[in-house]
Write a protein that binds this ligand. Structure first.
Ligand code: HEC
Length: 154
C-alpha cells in the first residue's frame, strides 16, 4: 500500500515538473525555407502593420490555407516585419517577428499559440491572449483565426 502511494506521488511530482517546465515559445528553425507570401507593403502610418511584411507557412499550414483556412494541429505560420526606408521598394531593417502555432492546449486563444518576438528573435512582452488573439478573433473568427488566405501566397 505504502509503495503504491509513494509511486503515485512520485508520478505526480514528475508530471507537475513536466508541466511547469514547458519551454517558452521559440521561433521555429528554418522557417525562411517555408512557403513565402508575396511582399506586402502597408504605407498607412496609423496601421499596426505599417511597413513591409512577408508571411511564411509550413507544410501543414499550407494544407490549411488550401482547405479554406481549416488548419491541422501543429500548423505553423510566421510573419517577418521590416521598416520602410525612403524608397519603399527596398526592405528596411527587420523590426518584429510573430508566430502562430496550432496547439489544442491553448484553449484561451482559439487553439493557437500566439507569440511575438523582437528582431533579435527574443520573446516580446506582447500579451498573446488579449493583444494577439483579441485582434485575430475580431477579424477572423470564421477563418480559424487566421486573417490571410491562400490568395496571399500566389
Ligand atoms: C490590430 C490587430 C492585430 C494584432 C494586435 C495582431 N495581429 Fe496578427 N495579423 C493581423 C492582420 C490584419 C494580419 C494579416 C496580415 C496580412 O494579411 O498580410 C495578421 C497576420 C498574422 C499572422 C499570419 C497568419 C494570419 O492570421 O494571417 C500571424 C502568425 C500573426 N498575425 C500573429 C500575431 C501575433 C503573435 C500577435 C501578437 C504578438 C498578433 N498577430 C497581433 C492583425 C493583428
Amino acid at each position: 500500500m505504502n509503495s503504491i502511494v509513494a509511486l503515485i506521488s512520485a508520478l505526480f511530482i514528475l508530471l507537475s515538473a513536466a508541466i511547469s517546465e514547458a519551454a517558452p515559445p521559440a521561433l521555429p528553425k528554418g522557417y525562411s525555407a517555408w512557403k513565402k507570401s508575396e511582399r506586402k507593403v502597408v504605407t498607412d502610418k496609423s496601421s499596426l502593420f505599417y511597413g513591409i511584411h512577408y508571411i511564411y507557412a509550413d507544410k501543414k499550414a499550407q494544407s490549411g490555407y488550401q482547405a479554406g483556412n481549416k488548419f491541422p494541429e501543429g500548423s505553423r505560420i510566421v510573419v517577418e516585419f521590416f521598416n520602410i526606408k525612403d524608397n519603399p521598394a527596398v526592405d528596411g531593417s527587420k523590426n518584429m517577428i510573430v508566430l502562430m502555432q496550432k496547439d489544442r492546449r491553448q484553449t484561451s486563444s482559439g487553439g493557437w499559440l500566439f507569440a511575438g518576438f523582437g528582431a533579435d528573435g527574443k520573446l516580446s512582452s506582447l500579451d498573446p491572449v488579449t493583444t494577439c488573439f483579441g485582434c485575430h478573433q475580431k477579424d477572423a473568427a470564421q477563418k480559424d483565426f487566421v486573417i490571410s488566405t491562400k490568395k496571399d501566397f500566389k
